[in-house]
Design a protein around this ligand. Structure first.
Ligand SMILES: Cc1ncc(COP(=O)(O)O)c(C=O)c1O
Length: 315
């Protein structure tokens, strides 16, 4: 209730505490898929989670994205061609790495497809509460008439990643699968200590205070990075200023290779994640991802100016 950005009713029996979104997703693979099963991910997507799917020997196939998130008609084409996924992994809000959010109509259509073709949606919603001016669209659970969505949240982005605590929000019968898993049965939970600590943080009103602060600080840092990018690159690269989340996703001209550019940047003392690390498809050679949340304002300015200097030298 204290987080207006969440916008979806939550009951205790629909929640399950994890040791972070990554651990929750790993356990969900164990419970809802088996080796060799087909799963869909956005192209590009957060590479670490894709690696978790591969570690479960799942057959990972990419679905195209644009400025409104996953292109659900591409997903529909794949389903109509006979492909049958166990689940679709999607980061609906302030996606990693692109920063974009799935539109309302696509959220609705995605949930319809999940019911029609009998698969789960693994909704990685760790950036839901990191919005700048206005709250984003509600999490996929708000569009979930048939209990197809499993939402993965995390205190990593809103409190402290080292606490290794997150949550799953799903229908009661889905949550029951997690609570009755052998791992949960054996340990009784995944982070009892962190969870109790966080309960006190919430009860003392400190989580609300922290998320309010993060929204302000990250919004300022994001704006500052946008200004610095404009100063250094003008119109030679393309990007949209994020409305929340952690990232700028920058598109360079056709033929540019951000993996090759990286060593020039490292010589200048600045770094980033090249686009192709977010997809096995190799389609994102001309993209790179920048993060603004970790750095003070002077460091952001200096970092972008080094990036600009490296670009001038490289081209
Ligand atoms: C989309 C996404 N999901 C999950 C995580 C990791 O979350 P956790 O620390 O809760 O495992 C990250 C961290 O970068 C992320 O960007």
């Amino acid at each position: 209730n204290e987080q207006p950005g969440y916008q979806v009713e939550t009951h205790p029996q629909e929640l399950f505490l994890t040791a972070g979104a990554s651990q929750g997703l790993d356990l969900a693979c164990t419970l809802f898929a088996k080796s060799g099963d087909l799963v869909f991910v956005e192209e590009p997507t957060y590479f670490v989670i894709e690696k978790i799917f591969r570690e479960h020997n799942l057959d990972v196939v990419g679905v195209s994205t644009d400025e409104h998130g996953m292109i659900v008609s591409d997903l529909r084409d794949k389903l109509e061609s006979g492909m049958r996924p166990k689940f679709v992994y999607v980061i609906p809000t302030f996606q990693n790495p692109t920063g974009v959010s799935l539109s309302e109509s696509r959220r609705e259509e995605l949930m319809v497809l999940a019911e029609e073709y009998d698969f789960f949606i693994f909704a990685d919603e760790v950036y839901q509460l990191i919005y700048f001016d206005a709250p984003p669209l509600p999490p996929l659970r708000a569009f979930d008439k048939h209990n197809r969505a499993i939402s993965f949240g995390s205190f990593s982005k809103i409190l402290a990643p080292g606490l290794r605590t997150g949550w799953i929000h799903a229908a009661e019968e889905t949550v029951a699968k997690f609570t009755s898993s052998a791992l949960a049965f054996s340990g009784g939970g995944f982070n009892q200590f962190g969870s109790v600590l966080i309960k006190h943080v919430i009860d003392l009103g400190l989580l609300k205070k922290n998320t309010d602060l993060l929204r302000k600080v990250y919004s300022d840092r994001s704006r500052l990075m946008g200004d610095a990018l404009l100063r250094e690159f003008g119109s030679s690269v393309a990007y949209t200023c994020p409305k929340g989340g952690f990232y700028y996703w920058i598109q360079f001209p056709e033929g540019f290779d951000t993996e090759k550019f990286l060593s020039e940047c490292e010589d200048q003392g600045v770094s980033y994640r090249p686009g192709n690390s977010f997809s096995e498809s190799g389609k994102f050679a001309r993209y790179l991802r920048l993060t603004f949340t970790l750095y003070e304002e002077t460091e952001i300015k200096e970092g972008v100016s080094r990036l600009g200097a490296a670009y001038k030298k490289f081209t």
